[in-house]
Design a binder for this molecule. Structure first.
Ligand SMILES: Cc1ncc(COP(=O)(O)O)c(C=O)c1O
Length: 476
């Protein structure tokens, strides 16, 4: 323990291998994830070739070279046509899309309970819910204050239909959902009919995992539940036999990097007839007429897949899922947990010589309910915050890819930077149009933070490089 502390205090001069030994002593289960080091050398070799430290897995995962090779081979060998037909090229596309769909349902252990609706991304999945959920004056939308904007935006669909909404708050100190208030909110609208509760399984900003048990609790209290799983599924198992949300949103590039432009809505079949599609498009109907106002919507997932699906890229979903299955999602979970645990502790220990911390890390300071995303701000020895742009540009010079800003999650930024309702009201009621930087100028409070997120191809050396980068801020 003493040795460990000495090394912590003397980060830059201790050898990596000595530190790695300490890490492995502390996290012996990390050795179970060695397959990811082997894969990194082959499938993600470009990272080390370019000495690139990639720490934006919540932004987008990295694809393995082997996924691309398989997809390339398929595209160059086969003749694939528009699936809305019966010719051989069309039939092959339909078969490959159908295989990918089955693979997705199997991957999430959905059984026969869910439809997999292919969309462009998680936002596309969320938009289907917003557009089709029967919000009305007798309904209610309950949102977690920790939500991506693509979930926040659903409130516009609700409001436009006269449906009220409310945010359920977080504890500022750990960024957990305030359970007491949440339960109270869930009990608050007993007489209402169409009640939707939307929250993320994992925060895209703080990395906090919000309890999956809230799905069952809310269901028992008469709510429909939208679980945004976009930031959770890249490094955790989602088992839809265990957790049974009515809706789950997913972007595949966040799980295995390639292809971009495809996500899905996992739609519980019990919800199918409750959704009201406000229009129809090619591919979504079994019949329609032009001179008579008549159409019949498809009785399955196709109802929500407007137009032609991305039939050339969807087969690559199968390769991506097979890639993750070959690794084992539990292996990824373990890897992320070990590296994030070590990193979190080490980051918290970085101090200026005057004792002031170099970083402020938002959210819980332990791994009990955390994934591999850590959000922070950097401070000089006088305790003044560096702008997130400054730190990002500095990281760029070190060939470290991290993320800065608000991360499409204004609720967390408002709570972390103590932006009040009144600040927001003053801005929004005096501006026809606006943007992030203009708002910062107007309210006079620096917003934004630095986010790093680790994933399946992260290794110990990446973490150490980032720690070295942080240590360069000591005594500045
Ligand atoms: C939690 C969460 N939800 C939704 C989204 C939206 O995903 P996309 O931009 O792929 O539609 C993201 C993207 O970062 C996310 O992290």
């Amino acid at each position: 323990m003493q040795k460990e502390l000495e090394i912590k205090e003397n980060n830059s001069s201790s050898s990596v291998s000595e530190r790695e030994k300490i890490f492995l002593n502390k996290y012996p289960e990390y050795s179970d994830t060695a397959i990811l080091d082997q894969l990194r050398a082959v499938d993600y070799a470009r990272l080390d070739e370019q000495k690139h430290v990639y720490l934006d897995y919540t932004g987008g995962n990295l694809y393995a070279e082997s996924q691309i090779a398989k997809h390339h081979k398929l595209l160059t060998a086969d003749i694939l046509g528009n699936p809305h037909s019966g010719n051989p090229s069309s039939r092959l596309s339909s078969q490959l899309v159908s295989e990918a769909r089955s693979k997705v349902l199997e991957f999430f252990n959905a059984g026969d309970n869910y439809f997999c609706v292919f969309t462009q991304n998680a936002s596309g999945a969320l938009k289907i819910v917003g557009e089709c959920y029967p919000f009305n004056q007798d309904g209610f939308l309950l949102l977690s204050l920790d939500n991506h904007n693509s979930v926040n935006g659903i409130r516009e669909f609700a409001s436009n239909k006269g449906c009220a909404y409310e945010y359920s708050p977080l504890h500022k100190e750990n960024l957990y959902l305030d359970e007491e208030k949440l339960l109270k909110n869930l009990d608050s609208h007993p007489g209402k009919t169409n009640k939707l509760f939307a929250y993320p399984a994992q925060s895209n900003v703080s990395g906090i995992k919000h309890p999956l048990k809230y799905v069952k609790i809310a269901k028992e209290k008469g709510w429909d539940v939208l679980l945004d799983t976009a930031a959770f599924v890249p490094s955790d198992k989602l088992d839809l036999q265990e957790v049974q949300p009515d809706f789950a949103s997913i972007s595949f590039y966040k799980i295995f990097g390639y292809p971009t432009g495809i996500g899905c809505l996992l739609l519980h079949k019990r919800m199918f007839n409750k959704l009201v599609k406000p229009w129809y498009a090619g591919g979504t109907i079994s019949l329609s007429a032009a001179t008579y106002r008549g159409h019949y919507l498809m009785p399955n997932h196709e109802r929500f897949e407007d137009g032609t699906v991305n039939y050339l890229s969807i087969p690559a979903i199968t390769f991506g899922l097979e890639h993750i299955l070959n690794i084992g999602i539990q292996v990824i979970t373990k890897r992320v947990k070990c590296l994030a645990g070590w990193l979190l502790e080490e980051l918290l220990a970085v101090k200026h010589d005057n004792g002031k911390p170099v970083l402020k890390i938002f959210g819980a300071h332990d791994m009990t309910r955390r994934g591999g995303t850590i959000v922070m701000n950097f401070y000089n020895k006088e305790g003044e915050v560096y702008s997130h742009n400054f730190v990002e540009q500095d990281a760029n010079r070190h060939n470290i890819s991290l993320r800065s800003g608000c991360f499409c999650n204004p609720g967390l930024d408002e709570i972390n930077n103590e932006i009040t309702y009144q600040d927001l009201e003053r801005y929004f009621t005096t501006h026809e149009a606006g943007n992030f930087y203009d708002m910062i100028d107007f309210i006079g409070i620096l917003r934004g933070a630095i986010r790093i997120s680790i994933g399946l191809a992260t290794n110990f050396a990446d973490i150490e490089t980032f720690l070295k980068f942080v240590n360069e801020y000591k005594n500045r």
